[in-house]
Design a binder for this molecule. Structure first.
Ligand code: ZN
Length: 66
């Protein structure tokens, strides 16, 4: 996915307590470099759009966590 405006998704994630952390915890690469959180059927390469949005949302919230 490219060229899309992700800001509505980012704003939504910022507004949902715990969602950013959950997405960051679930959308991680497996040994083949595919995203686990997106599921095995689609073969989505990590970093997926969910992960990218969660990172942006975390930055937007302005409270980076370890
Ligand atoms: Zn994913």
């Amino acid at each position: 996915m490219d060229g899309g405006d992700l800001s509505p998704v980012v704003e939504f994630m910022v507004s949902q307590p715990g969602m950013i952390e959950r997405v960051l915890a679930e959308h991680i690469p497996d040994a083949a470099g595919d995203c686990i959180g997106c599921g095995g059927q689609m073969r989505v390469k990590w970093k997926c759009v969910h992960y990218e949005c969660a990172v942006l949302a975390r930055d937007r919230r302005g409270r980076p966590r370890p």
